[in-house]
Design a protein around this ligand. Sequence first.
Ligand code: PEP
Ligand code: MG
Length: 592
Amino acid sequence: MQEEKAYLPNTKLKGTTAVTGLVMGVARVYSRGNININSDPVDESRLPEEKKKFEQARKTVGVTMVRLSDFAHSRNDSDTRDILNAQHDILNDPELEAMVNRMIDERNLRAEKAIYDSFQHYIDLIKSNDKSFIVSRLSDLRDVRDRLIQNVQQLGMIASFGKDAVMVAEDVSPIEVITFARNGVKGIVCSSGGLTSHASIIANAMGIPMIIDAKSAMRMIQDGDTVILDGYGHSVIARPDEEAASSYTRAIKRHKEEEKQLRHVTEKPSETACGTKILLQANIDFEDEVLNIEKYRAEGIGLLRTDTLLMNSGPLTMDRKRQEEFCQTAFSASGSSPVTVRLLDVGGDKLLNLKDREANPFLGWRGVRILLDRRELLRNQLEAICRVAGRYPGRSRILVPMISNLEEFLEVKRELADMQDNLQKRGVPVDSNVKLGIMVEVPSVALQIRVFAEHVDFLSIGTNDLTQYTLAVDRGNSLIASLYQPLHPAVLTFIAMTVQAGTEFNIPVAVCGELASEPFAALVLVGIGVRELSMTPRLIPKVKQAIRLYEIADMKKLSDALLGCTTSEELKKIRNEWKAGYEEKLREQRTA
Ligand code: PEP
Ligand code: MG
């Protein structure tokens, strides 16, 4: 097989699997970079479609601007806010809107060309009339024009990809993953990206196989190439020959067999070989996923990410009714099990565009920091959750993200008590037993975990962030991906400290980061003493299969060994030895 040669058949590219799976499809090279205007006129019948694209782009760009302006306002950044407001006015200028539509109609233009020409008309006008105004006004106009054109082009591009598309991109954002998923994309290949970036997490939630860090993907894969995305082999094959295609077909058959075996495990209790119960819960990001709770026998929801609601809505406000609907769906899909609703955790890499405004978004305005600065957002969300919790007494947990000091938690606790009080006074039924807990994802919290344990009802360890903040390794940066080691003894030590505090203060401790969904890591976590794991429901059977094959004592040996590692080579050796033994156990089980 060829190794990374341009446009030869059967070109194999190595990457890292972010979401497992095996698919064959047509490569669609996706880039949000340069703007090339297509000036070719279109057929008369396509004019309404072009006008619709313009309208849709105007709405999307408008929402982004309001969001950014809102953000600038909250930071007292009046300069940025003024610029954005001026741009928003340009976007909503009825004359400009009419001109674009007229150009589409009269000259049979594509939306992108009509936008370009209309803006050019204004730019020329300003240039000839008012010299003093030129620089700022022109750059505002150009900025709005380019945002509109990019949007129109992206819309057209994604809609035309077809159902067999495997997206090939430099990097993708969470919102782009959602857009791909809604357009039936089969897989995603990125030349950069991080395993626990939110784009990867969402692809996982949506079940779209994804390879990241396939460095030469954009250079070696052409639009229209047939590609095989092999999430099991951490690779992509571009332009497969007959032999590669038939080995793909054989592999698909094999994986279907394995899946069948996993279906048996689904019905079995979630306990270790020595009979210790391990609670396996679901991480839920979208409403469409809730069916998987029952399908994979998750025992409730360990992490309901509400951030995704904001990705679909407009500015930094969330409709309370919409939030109530989302929570209601989650509760009714979870039988009688508990549901952990996490308060909004935007910021970091989770709100497209905001990251451009902060030098260090992951160390910036994120999670509870935003909620405490924007109380109406927090109160609105607490109200939605409390209203639903009142309908399902005894099942609700509220989880506060990105806590780094105790005051933040106590402030949220006060807000929750006020809200419950307020609702009760208005005659709305509430559950006075709602549990309030925190994400353990910042080292300051792990180091002082006993201080927090005294005040919280439960702890949930977010290993995705705990790893990035402990090791100072950006979870989404492929340049340092090899340094991102969630099983690093420093991270495991923090987990062990958290478990110990949980035991001492008699409060539950869960792990809801991606680490919980990997069989080897899950065993290590149980070895440390974790008894609640939450993950994408699809991955529950694989974790259950591993847990059922080992006794607590075996898992403890594994976790002790890992805690004692001093190099990543030692860790790798232990993992490889375990893997060989595990595969042997599985084989024995199959033949028994
Ligand atoms: C985590 O940090 O591990 C976590 C579960 O939260 P998120 O991935 O949404 O940041
Ligand atoms: Mg987190």
